[in-house]
Write a protein that binds this ligand. Structure first.
Ligand code: GUN
Length: 290
């Protein structure tokens, strides 16, 4: 079994971006983060994105709001950032409180500043295989892992567990695109799929993005398959200082005995998401200054 070091791959991308940004004269790329409320995971994610932006030389702007913010107030902020030519990328951290419609908020962002790739226009651009679109960061990060690890998808049976727009659905579209690093035969499974194990056991590449701790067990994996674990689940663990530990959607110890390559949690797909967000921000800057 070969462990895929997502942290190292992400760090290589951050180094490449740092070089690219340092070569820019004048105004550097700029990303604005909007966070609503104090959800601990969101606070931690935004902090990590902010830190990585700074490291690269991308200017981060952070706007935080109380849980009580109205849709009008949130939209007014997004509109102002859309209009501001010094801001190249805008990210609204999910989840938003339940009185706000998340997709409406994402759709309010100028699609050319939508570095998360959550705007309806960018979802359409993925379907149309438009290279100037923004692809959401986690699925793009998985394709990047495959590129850099020499995992060829062409002609392979890729089985995706999960149909979320942010991961499962978008990754399945990327894997079936025409062209290098794609051309896979894709099956998407979800909560209503029958005979799940029969399908997952056919996977040359198995991508788990269902948000259920350690649901994928060893008997669901074909000998020698590549296993990509997108899950980041907090499970109680009194022996840890924080009172919880992070586990993926895959039972790592079982899968590691069977897979040819596997991403760990943490340190697999997670760090890639932040690296691709930064890559998208530099791309947005380039497109806006072309
Ligand atoms: N919440 C969890 N993951 C993400 C992400 O990739 N982007 C945003 N905006 N919110 C998230």
């Amino acid at each position: 079994m070969n462990l895929i070091d997502g942290k190292k791959i992400a760090s290589d991308i951050v180094d490449e971006l740092t070089q690219k940004v340092s070569a820019i004269d004048g105004n550097k790329p700029c990303i604005a983060f909007i966070r609503v409320g104090e959800d601990p995971a969101s606070v931690s994610y935004v902090k990590s994105k902010n830190r990585t932006a700074e490291k690269i030389g991308i200017t981060p702007l952070l706007f935080t709001f109380d849980n009580t913010i109205s849709q009008e107030e949130l939209f007014a902020k997004v509109d102002a950032l859309n209009e501001d030519p010094s801001v190249n990328g805008i990210l609204i951290q999910s989840p938003l409180p339940s009185h706000l419609n998340e997709q409406d908020a994402f759709n309010r962002i100028d699609p050319n500043k939508d570095v998360d790739g959550f705007h309806v226009v960018n979802a359409g651009r993925v379907v149309q295989e438009d290279p100037d679109g923004f692809v959401s960061c986690t699925p793009a990060g998985i394709i990047e892992i495959c590129k850099r690890e020499g995992i060829k998808l062409e002609g392979k049976h890729v089985v995706v567990l999960g149909r979320s727009l942010i991961v499962g659905k978008t990754f399945s579209l990327l894997a079936m695109q025409k062209g290098a690093h794609a051309n896979a035969t894709v099956t998407v499974c979800h909560s209503r799929t029958r005979n799940l194990k029969e399908i997952t056991r056919q996977a040359d590449v198995l991508v788990a993005a269902i948000g259920r701790p350690e649901m994928v067990t060893g008997d669901m994996i074909k000998e020698g398959a590549v296993v990509i674990d997108v899950g980041i689940n907090r499970v109680e663990d009194a022996s840890r200082k924080r009172g919880y530990k992070l586990v993926g959607d895959v039972n790592f110890d079982e899968a590691a005995l069977i897979a040819s390559k596997i991403t760990p949690v943490p340190g697999g797909v997670g760090p890639m998401t932040v690296a691709i967000l930064m890559k998208n921000t530099v791309k947005a800057y380039a497109l806006q200054n072309a």
